[in-house]
Write a protein that binds this ligand. Structure first.
Ligand SMILES: [Fe+2]
Length: 401
């Protein structure tokens, strides 16, 4: 379906689907040209939103002069009914409650546009939008993986997917529909490529330019499921832990970045401090795309505390089967979610300085991919907004009680 058919508006920008090689099986990605996001009409914002839902990952070219506050304004215009704050809250609460997220990297608000977050690594320049002489030391690293990549291999240009995820607080606020990530500075173009290794026994690997973000589509994860698995997924739901990233703050990831190792390192719920039971999130396993109607198997496994399994509409009146052991939750999800984790389904869209990548966070998993420090600094501006309407499943799930 083309965005034109959906919006019935004539956007002023051009949209081209990303080229694929004969080996590629991913079915998403587009490039938008001819937009100035410093000055964009409501009709173009709506057409761009439809394009993101439709193509799932969209690279908007040529936004080198974008004012950070304009990136935030765009995000708010995508979802005008949403509370006007980043999906992970303000910087103070993110750094306090961010757990595994804030432990792994230093996140700074851009002065005057604090909901736009500076992320990256290395020296950020003498004055980066008012951030003076800043070096991001706490950049991504492979400490997160239970079995770490040896430093000598990393330095030689081997790397891994850090942590496949949705940008989602999974407590309190609903996840953003979209995330926007502007590339201000990339590692040196003449360095690299990096070789991304799975290191999980499959022997899989792929190469990439350094400093990019990797994506796969959970619409494709769903499509790779059997009809029985799809029926189960359509009727099942997940309960996430309160303060989920604090809960898993001491946990380690699998070497391919998808899911956690079971080491008994989850914190006891009582150790997470006070939490509001009404803020605990229960979401369907399958999230509907409001524009295309596609279904995505969108389970953020690392934060899942309970799975509620029903297999068909006939089960609606019955009690669901509950899986509340983290080892069993991981064993249940792994074979479903790993099917798509192959090079042919993964896209690392290339970004030039000034490009913004925007993605449909209700459809995709993404991850950072680290690169050797010697390749040079990286500067990105990330912004999203907790959604006004959370994920909708194909059938209603019982309300939180
Ligand atoms: Fe992210």
């Amino acid at each position: 379906m083309s965005p034109h058919a959906i919006t019935q508006l004539e956007p002023t920008f051009t949209l081209t689907q990303l080229k694929k090689s004969s080996e590629d099986k991913h079915d998403f990605g587009a490039v938008v040209k001819g937009l100035d996001l410093n000055n964009v009409s409501d009709a173009d914002v709506k057409a761009l939103a439809d394009a993101i839902w439709t193509h799932k990952v969209v690279v908007v070219k040529g936004q080198k002069n974008l004012a950070p506050i304009k990136q935030w304004e765009l995000v708010t215009r995508f979802d005008p009914e949403a509370p006007q704050v980043h999906s992970h809250g303000d910087i103070k609460s993110f750094n306090k409650k961010g757990g595994v997220l804030s432990a792994a990297r230093e996140v700074i608000g851009i002065p005057g546009a604090e909901n736009v977050r500076l992320i990256g690594k290395g020296y950020q320049g003498a004055d980066h939008y008012g951030i003076k002489d800043k070096t991001l030391h706490k950049a991504l690293s492979h400490d997160f993986h239970a079995k770490e990549l040896p430093e000598a291999e990393f330095t030689a240009g081997f790397t891994r997917f850090q942590r496949w995820h949705i940008d989602a607080p999974l407590y309190g606020r609903d996840p953003a529909w979209f995330t926007t990530l502007r590339c201000c500075r990339r590692p040196l173009a003449n360095r690299g490529p990096v070789t991304i290794r799975w290191d999980d026994g499959t022997g899989l690997e792929m190469t990439s330019e350094p400093g990019l973000t990797a994506f796969f589509s959970n619409v494709q994860t769903y499509a790779l499921m059997t009809p029985e698995e799809q029926k189960m997924a359509d009727h099942s739901w997940v309960e996430y832990a309160p303060h989920p990233y604090m809960w898993i703050a001491d946990c380690h990831g699998r070497p391919n970045g998808l899911g956690l190792e079971t080491e008994g390192r989850e914190k006891p719920i009582e150790a997470l401090g006070d939490f509001d039971p009404a803020a605990v999130k229960r979401y369907p396993m399958v999230w509907m795309n409001p524009v295309t109607g596609e279904k995505a198997f969108q389970v953020h496994g690392i934060c899942a505390r309970k799975l509620f399994i029903r297999s068909s509409p006939d089960d609606l009146e019955k009690e669901p089967r509950i899986i509340d052991d983290v080892a069993e939750i991981r064993a249940f999800l792994k074979p479903l979610q790993e099917r798509v984790l192959r090079p042919e389904y993964i896209l690392l869209p290339s970004l030039e300085e000034g490009d913004i990548v925007m993605w449909a966070n209700y459809q995709m998993f993404h991850t950072a991919v680290d690169y050797p420090n010697s390749f040079g600094p990286r500067t990105m501006h990330q912004a999203n907004i907790g959604a006004s309407v959370g994920p909708q499943g194909p059938v209603p799930i019982p309300a939180m009680t």
